[in-house]
Design a protein around this ligand. Structure first.
Ligand code: KMH
Ligand code: ZN
Length: 296
């Protein structure tokens, strides 16, 4: 066995350590399922565009990527082969924690949404209840939530609990009581605020949601849809939370100023974090925070 001396310590492989409180997890959600390529040609919809965006965003300071994929016609897709190819490409081209959306689009059937885990991502989104979503309904019946959760435990995929409403906080409390902790033992939550039909993207709503989180929650972040992005981001930072940004959630930098690339949104999140004396978390730190396996 190798003896550990002060001389050898510097040469030992890095041990994963818990990130310090000032480390800020920035998640980028670059594509989503709601915006069409025709309306927004700069939206990354092909695998090549997604990988290029991912590399830029990782270099800018993001540590996790929340992925929705598209088909050849740029329409939302849950195709298993494409999902696996996407996970493989992101793993080989970046160090990102790769999170696949199980929410898909509002038109995706529940059975296909469960099959997303076949692509073996590091993490998956898991929404805690049904929500009105503009004129549509984002369907997440309780038995589906439990099936997806138990499947994530079985497959060793770390869920990120997406909470669109205060009722979803109560549902998370109930789920953890019934089915125990996620794979990896950590409980990470993302408050998705400002969806028409969900909780508003305000500081007051964020404070109420954070106050109601169950004690098992080990980390949380927030994202504000559309115009609420800045209010929610600043509120999250001031409460010690993390940030999700990206073209899934917002398409303008200011009134009438379109987002040209996801990198711009990550850079703005880094700048907001700097003001709050929070530095971007590394991908290795994010893995420890979330309970995801170290990169291969
Ligand atoms: N596209 C929305 C209907 C998720 O990724 O898990 C659902 C969504 C949430 O984006
Ligand atoms: Zn999503």
């Amino acid at each position: 066995m190798k003896r550990v001396t002060p001389d050898t310590i510097g040469h030992m492989p890095d041990r994963p350590t818990a990130p310090p409180p000032e480390a800020l997890l920035i998640t980028v959600a670059p594509t989503g399922a709601e915006t069409s390529k025709a309306d927004c040609p700069q939206l990354p919809t092909t695998l090549e565009e997604l990988v290029a965006t991912a590399r830029e965003c990782e270099a800018a300071g993001a540590a996790m990527i929340h992925v929705h994929i598209r088909d050849e016609e740029h329409r939302p897709s849950l195709d298993g082969g494409r999902l696996r190819a996407t996970v493989d490409a992101l793993r080989s081209e970046t160090d990102f924690v790769v999170q696949l959306s199980t929410g898909g689009s509002v038109h995706d059937p529940l059975d296909l949404r469960l099959q997303v885990l076949d692509a073996a991502p590091d993490s998956c989104s898991l929404t805690m209840g049904t929500t009105n979503f503009g004129d549509d309904v984002f369907s997440n019946p309780w038995p589906f939530v439990r099936d997806l959760y138990r499947l994530s435990q079985e497959r060793e995929v770390v869920p990120e609990f997406e909470l669109f409403d205060l009722g979803h906080v109560a549902a998370l409390t109930r789920l953890l009581k019934l089915d125990g902790l996620p794979y990896g033992g950590k409980v990470h939550v993302d408050l998705v605020m400002g969806v028409p039909g969900g909780m508003p993207g305000t500081t007051d709503a964020l404070v109420a949601a954070v106050a109601a989180l169950p004690p098992e929650v080990t980390s949380w972040g927030a994202t504000g849809i559309g115009r609420s992005t800045l209010a929610v981001g600043l509120a999250s930072l001031s409460k010690g939370g993390h940030l999700r940004v990206g073209m899934e959630d917002v398409l303008t930098l200011a009134r009438g100023v379109p987002v040209e690339s996801n990198r711009q949104l990550v850079e703005r999140a880094v700048a907001m974090g700097e003001l709050a004396q929070r530095r971007p978390m590394t991908t290795a730190e994010a893995r420890v925070l979330l309970g995801v396996r170290p990169a291969a």
